[in-house]
Design a protein around this ligand. Structure first.
Ligand code: SF4
Length: 136
């Protein structure tokens, strides 16, 4: 079961995606995004559980904290999974075979500005072109 992400989870995930492989010190996330430490911790635990990020322990001024890094491999796997799921035959006619209906990420990590974005999702665009046609 894919856990649903809140707007705060998404905001933090988008922010971490921009940091890419360098990651960021955990306590700076709250500071830079203006989100409480408690909410950041809750979101990070959820993202970690989904294996979208990892946290590596680091020492800053003799204090233990974490560096938070997006797991690139997980993103690649998600794309492969999505492709496999969407390409699998679906016998329901008409609009029920729209890719989003069988996509596990519709309620979690697909959103405007997200890694999966309906505005530029190639699977959705291809489905529209082949089922509705390109009127240009
Ligand atoms: S737009 Fe693409 S990624 Fe998003 S739910 Fe639909 S098929 Fe999945």
């Amino acid at each position: 079961m894919v856990e649903k992400l809140t707007e705060t989870d998404r905001k933090i995930y988008r922010y971490l995606l921009k940091k890419q492989s360098n990651g960021i010190q955990q306590d700076l996330i709250s500071e830079e995004l203006g989100i409480s430490n408690q909410s950041v911790m809750r979101s990070l635990k959820k993202l970690e559980k989904l294996k979208l990020i990892k946290r590596e322990p680091i020492m800053i001024n003799n204090r233990k904290t974490y560096r938070v890094i997006v797991i690139k491999k997980k993103l690649d796997e998600l794309i492969e999974d999505k492709e496999r799921i969407i390409k699998s035959p679906i016998s329901i006619d008409g609009f029920l075979d729209i890719p989003c209906m069988s996509c596990p990420y519709i309620t979690s990590i697909c959103y405007e500005g997200g890694y999966f974005d309906p505005r530029n999702c190639q699977w959705l665009i291809n489905w529209i072109k082949s089922n509705i046609g390109n009127k240009n």
